[in-house]
Ligand binder design. Structure first.
Ligand SMILES: [Zn+2]
Length: 300
């Protein structure tokens, strides 16, 4: 049995999800949300007749705060934390992670994400590409899927996949968008990761932003890939034309909002997408990507 719990990020429903799989060896969680919202998730666990101590396994898609922030609390109550080899050192010592997030979010850190504490290394299991972990009766396989971040795994069990951020963001059945964030956005890797997701031939996708995608998974992935290329091309063109960062922040916010509204979102719907995946992050991510990997493509 799978539960999808809502973190109610900043009081809004369906921004960040926590996926819970009941197994014969306790609960396996796929992502845990920020630490600031853990109590909201805990209340829903308890309403389902479960306790925090029942959580034995925590599979992290990646270590961004909206996915991994509360992991240290679960480690404290005895869960094993499974994480990509490139993410594991930052779970054991989150100081650099906190530093770089504070550069982006400043004094909104507490409100958005809460606090982060080190996870003892004996509670951490490194999840390498292809590793299979037993969670009760389920065999959970890690698949290395860079593109959104270089410390990203998806997890597959039976015909289910927990897709993390590389599998896209779709809220309330809305358009599927690729969350571009700095500093590791890498488009070629992302396209390869989408091919890996297709090859898994899942019947069900569970997404952190947000919830269950059932059926239509090839169409979901087609939409994700199409927007990835569309956004990449938009940034390449505007950078080549010499647009500066503040201009791009304004323009891209409007570009994305118009796309979402053409596809049935209202103003609140657009805000919810902004909350799950802020458009300004796509600007610094894209600037860095094009400058670093294809500078010749953006020379005016
Ligand atoms: Zn992320």
């Amino acid at each position: 049995m799978v539960h999808i719990f809502d973190t109610f990020q900043l009081g809004r429903p369906k921004i960040i999800a926590v996926t819970a799989l009941e197994t014969q060896d306790g609960i396996a969680l796929f992502d845990v949300g920020p630490e600031s919202t853990w109590n909201n998730v805990l209340r829903q666990l308890e309403a389902a007749g479960l306790r925090q101590e029942d959580v034995r396994h925590v599979f992290l898609s990646h270590i961004h705060f909206d996915h991994a922030g509360a992991a240290w609390r679960l480690a404290q109550s005895g869960a094993t934390i499974y994480v990509h080899p490139k993410g594991a050192p930052h779970m054991a010592d989150p100081s650099r992670l906190v530093e770089s997030a504070t550069r982006i979010y400043g004094d909104r850190m507490q409100e958005l994400w809460g606090s982060l504490q080190p996870i003892p290394t004996e509670r951490i299991r490194i999840a390498n590409d292809g590793d299979v972990f037993q969670a009760g009766q389920f065999r959970v396989k890690a698949v290395d899927t860079p593109g959104h971040a270089n410390h990203h795994n998806v997890y597959a069990w039976d015909d289910n996949v927990f897709g993390g951020d590389v599998a896209g963001v779709t809220i309330n059945g809305g358009p599927v968008i690729p969350p571009f964030v700095p500093p590791e956005l890498h488009l070629e890797s992302w396209v390869e990761s989408i091919a890996k997701l297709r090859a898994l031939q899942a019947a069900r996708f569970y997404l952190p932003h947000w919830g269950l995608v059932e059926g239509g998974i090839p169409a979901h992935l087609d939409q994700l890939e199409a927007r990835l290329h569309d956004w990449a091309g938009w940034f390449r063109r505007r950078l080549k034309e010499g647009a500066d960062e503040p201009t791009l922040v304004r323009e891209f916010e409007r570009y994305e909002a118009e796309d979402l509204m053409r596809n049935g979102r209202d103003a609140q719907g657009v805000k919810d997408y902004e909350l799950a995946d802020p458009s300004f992050m796509a600007v610094s991510a894209s600037l860095r990507y094009w400058k670093k990997y294809h500078p010749e493509e953006i020379q005016g």
